[in-house]
Structures are given as structure tokens and as C-alpha cells.
Design a binder for this molecule. Structure first.
Ligand SMILES: Nc1nc2c(c(=O)[nH]1)N[C@H]1C(S)=C(S)[C@@H](COP(=O)(O)O)O[C@H]1N2
Ligand SMILES: [Mo]
Length: 432
């Protein structure tokens, strides 16, 4: 559809003014980043047929970099946060730069962080995991004890229930990092929680596992025993190395497919009980307020979701021609079965290619070749998981959930590509 038709037909809802300001500053940021990144003009002295400067002298030796960091030209690829979103940086969140990542693994240093009481820095020698409550043989384990047990390694996504939480009412943040960056995906290594629970011996009335962190927030969540015995892990490894302090070093709970809040970091205690612990977290937060004033409770599984990461507000198009639309899809219920992509706001859909491997409860990369003719376009993706569930439009989602909740927004994200190549977060107005 043409841009005129969209505006004339009122298909776009304008964003509120304060949002313009935020979007403006995000755009400025993106502009300055482009200058630091690939858009920088080339130095002709380094181009063929000249010998580039780095080929004329020896480089640093193997003693120069005991722990490698990204090359300076990628220094703009960092976690970012939105200072006005929260009162302090200790109880806050930063965001994964999805627009700059390849494949489906998030590098450890770029995994978004969500802390309620700041990041704990724990000496593993002083850390213990206690498992007690409705068990036959309560235990206290060291981190070394855990490493002596059989291990498992699995890739899982981890998404905060509040991801896209600002976007319920209308298009807000003009950035895929800020709209969708509260998700990361890593290979976790550790001990299966079932192994530990078998070891301590569950009593017949064991129904819930309370997990508690050793950070200043002592964050606690209750996990149903069925899930605890299914695929949860006590992880000490992430992407081949020890967990980062930001992600819960020395150990964190991995609860595949469930909202990230339950993935307790700096895990120090598992108390087996016969009922859930109604902590402040569970009753006042992490529930979904509905239009009738009731709230959905225990909405643990993250439903199928996807987002286009190229093009996106941070990654505009550079003139008409050949491109590959790229994005990420995931579902807490299992594997992604299909991803459809539309360039006309969801009127026509094409099936994207899923990039192998397609793993359950894991980010899945999708791609679709696209010849951009230079006209305005509305790029959107929708994920379908192996249960047959189809990622809803924002309109469909709002009809069921209203707009009062912060959590569990898995609606389709629409990017408007302007004839200039710039990309903006927009909300379609659907005929009702
Ligand atoms: N101990 C502890 N665990 C915690 C939290 C916390 O503040 N303390 N935050 C939770 C929330 S709300 C989220 S979204 C995830 C974030 O995990 P990450 O920091 O590895 O991205 O950790 C969860 N586990
Ligand atoms: Mo969260």
C-alpha cells in the first residue's frame, strides 16, 4: 500500500509527543553510531591495489590479549539502558543489541541484565546451595560438588516477561534494542534439577520449589514441581565459560521457556514445599492485569514471538536494491515451526527460511530475500510454533488482554520503512 493511502486512510496511529522526544534521541544515538560503524568513509590508501597499513608491520603478539575483547570497530555493539525508565540503575534493566548480532547465540558480555538489587559479586568458595523442605535428605552443596556431578549442556532463550512491555498501548521506543532486547540466548552447562531432587528424595506432598538468590534483593520465585522435574538446570556454565556475575555467577537456575524472572541468579536455596510462596514478586508484579480488573496469575510460559532485526530503526536501508530481511523467533512451548514475513503491514505474507539449527525453547534465526523498490513499506513478522500457535497482531492481543498489563506482550512488531530508507516503530490501526 502507498504511504499516502496509509496516512489518508488513518492506518497509522501517531505516537504521543513525549515518545517523539525519546524516539528523536534514539535516532540521534543511531546516527552517531552509524558514524562510528560501517558507514564511515573508506580511506583510499588502504584500498586495492594499495597495500593496507596493517599489512606493512607486525601486529601484537599472543601475549597481548589474555582475554579477548571485540575489535575496536565494533565498540558500538553494547548493552544500553533507558535511564528514565527506572528510579535507579541497581533495580533496572539494560538491553541486548539484537540489531548487531549474528546467528542465535548471545555473546556473554551482551546479554541483557535485569537486577532487583544490583549485581552480586560472589566468591564461589563462600557460596553454598541448600536444598531442604519436603525432602528425605536435605543437603548443602559447594559449587565444586555440583561440578563433580554429571552435566548437561543445552541452548535456551531467556526472556523477561516485561520485554516489549512499553509497547502495549502504542508504538513507543524507536529501537529494536529497546522494544525487544530483554531476551538473550545461550548454551547453559550444569546439573539437571531432577538429578538434584532425586538425590535429596522428594516427599509425597512436594509440589513447589522455592528458589532464592543470594543477591541484596534475595529474589525468590516458586516453580511447580512438574517443571522442576522436567527440564530445569542449576547452571554454572554459559556459552563455554563460567557464568558472568551479571548472569548469576557462580550458579543460576535455568527454567526453559518460562519467564526470566523465575531464572533465579546467584542461587543459594531451594526449598521444597506443598504450596507456592506468595512473595511480593508473584502477587503484585509478574501478573497480567486484564480489562475487567482481574489479573492472570502463573503465566509462566513465554508464548511464540518474533521480531525483524534487519531492517529496524537502528539499521536503515541504504538505497533501493537487494537485501535480506533477518529476524529472530522463539517460543517457550517448543520449536519454531514457521515464520512469515510481510512487507505490506500483514496483508500478504511470505514464508521465511529458518536458519538451522532449530532448537526447542531457543532463539531461531529467520531470513527472507527482499528486493526493495524504494517505496514505503511496512515490515512485520509472525512466528508459528510446533503447537500451531500463531503470534497475534497487537490488535488481537489487546482485544483479549487490554492495555493495562506490562507483561507478556508477544504481539507482532511493525517497522515502517520510509522512502529515505529510515525505519520507524509504528502501530497499525486495524479496522474493527
Ligand atoms: N537473584 C536474582 N535473580 C534474578 C533477578 C534478580 O534481580 N535477582 N532478576 C530476574 C529477572 S526479573 C530477570 S528478567 C532475569 C534476568 O536475567 P539476566 O540478568 O541474566 O538477563 O533474572 C531473574 N533472576
Ligand atoms: Mo524480568
Amino acid at each position: 500500500m502507498s504511504r499516502e493511502k496509509r496516512e489518508g486512510g488513518g492506518l497509522l496511529l501517531p505516537r504521543r509527543q513525549f515518545v517523539r522526544t525519546v524516539a528523536g534521541s534514539a535516532a540521534m544515538l543511531a546516527g552517531s553510531l552509524a558514524g562510528a560503524g560501517t558507514a564511515r568513509a573508506a580511506n583510499p590508501d588502504n584500498l586495492p591495489p594499495n597495500e593496507p597499513e596493517w599489512a606493512k608491520a607486525l601486529g601484537p603478539g599472543v601475549d597481548a590479549t589474555p582475554y579477548g575483547m571485540p575489535v575496536s570497530y565494533e565498540a558500538h555493539v553494547v548493552r544500553r539502558w533507558v535511564p528514565w525508565l527506572t528510579a535507579s540503575s541497581e533495580s533496572s534493566v539494560n538491553f541486548t543489541p539484537l540489531q548487531d548480532l549474528h546467528g542465535f547465540v548471545t555473546p556473554n558480555g551482551l546479554c541483557f541484565e535485569r537486577h532487583h538489587g544490583g549485581r552480586a559479586e560472589i566468591d564461589p568458595a563462600d557460596h553454598r546451595l541448600i536444598i531442604h523442605g519436603l525432602v528425605e535428605r536435605p543437603i548443602m552443596l559447594t559449587v565444586d560438588d555440583l561440578k563433580r556431578m554429571p552435566s548437561e549442556s543445552h541452548f535456551y532463550f531467556c526472556e523477561c516477561a516485561a520485554n516489549s512491555g512499553m509497547e502495549w498501548r502504542s508504538a513507543q521506543l524507536n529501537s529494536v534494542q529497546f522494544t525487544h532486547g530483554m531476551v538473550h540466548c545461550a548454551q547453559y552447562t550444569g546439573v539437571s534439577l531432577r538429578t538434584l531432587l532425586d538425590y535429596v528424595g522428594l516427599k509425597p506432598n512436594a509440589k513447589w520449589v522455592l528458589a532464592e538468590g543470594a543477591d541484596a534483593a534475595a529474589m525468590t520465585r516458586s516453580i511447580p514441581i512438574e517443571k522442576a522435574l522436567d527440564d530445569c538446570m542449576v547452571a554454572y556454565g554459559q556459552n563455554g565459560e563460567a557464568l558472568r556475575a551479571e548472569q548469576g555467577y557462580p550458579i543460576r537456575l535455568v527454567v526453559p521457556g518460562f519467564e526470566a524472572n523465575m531464572w533465579v541468579k546467584w542461587l543459594r536455596r531451594l526449598e521444597i514445599g506443598d504450596q507456592p510462596w506468595y512473595t511480593r514478586e508473584e502477587t503484585s508484579k509478574y501478573t497480567d492485569l486484564l480489562p475487567d480488573g482481574k489479573a492472570r496469575l502463573f503465566t509462566w510460559v513465554m508464548e511464540a514471538k518474533s521480531v525483524v532485526t534487519f531492517p529496524c530503526p537502528e539499521k536503515p536501508l541504504n538505497g533501493p536494491g537487494y537485501y535480506t530481511i533477518r529476524g529472530l523467533a522463539w517460543s517457550g512451548y517448543g520449536r519454531i515451526k514457521r515464520v512469515d514475513v510481510s512487507v505490506d503491514g500483514g496483508r500478504n505474507w511470505q514464508t521465511a527460511k529458518l536458519v538451522e539449527p532449530v532448537l526447542p525453547k531457543c532463539l531461531t534465526r529467520f531470513e527472507l530475500p527482499w528486493r526493495w523498490n524504494g517505496e514505503g513499506a511496512l515490515v512485520v513478522s509472525r512466528a508459528i510454533d510446533e503447537t500451531g500457535y500463531v503470534q497475534p497482531t497487537m490488535y488481537e492481543l489487546q482485544k483479549v488482554r487490554g492495555v493495562e498489563s506490562i507483561y507478556h506482550n508477544n504481539g507482532q512488531q511493525v517497522w515502517e520503512v520510509k522512502p529515505s530508507g529510515e525505519v520507524e516503530n509504528v502501530r497499525l490501526k486495524y479496522a474493527s
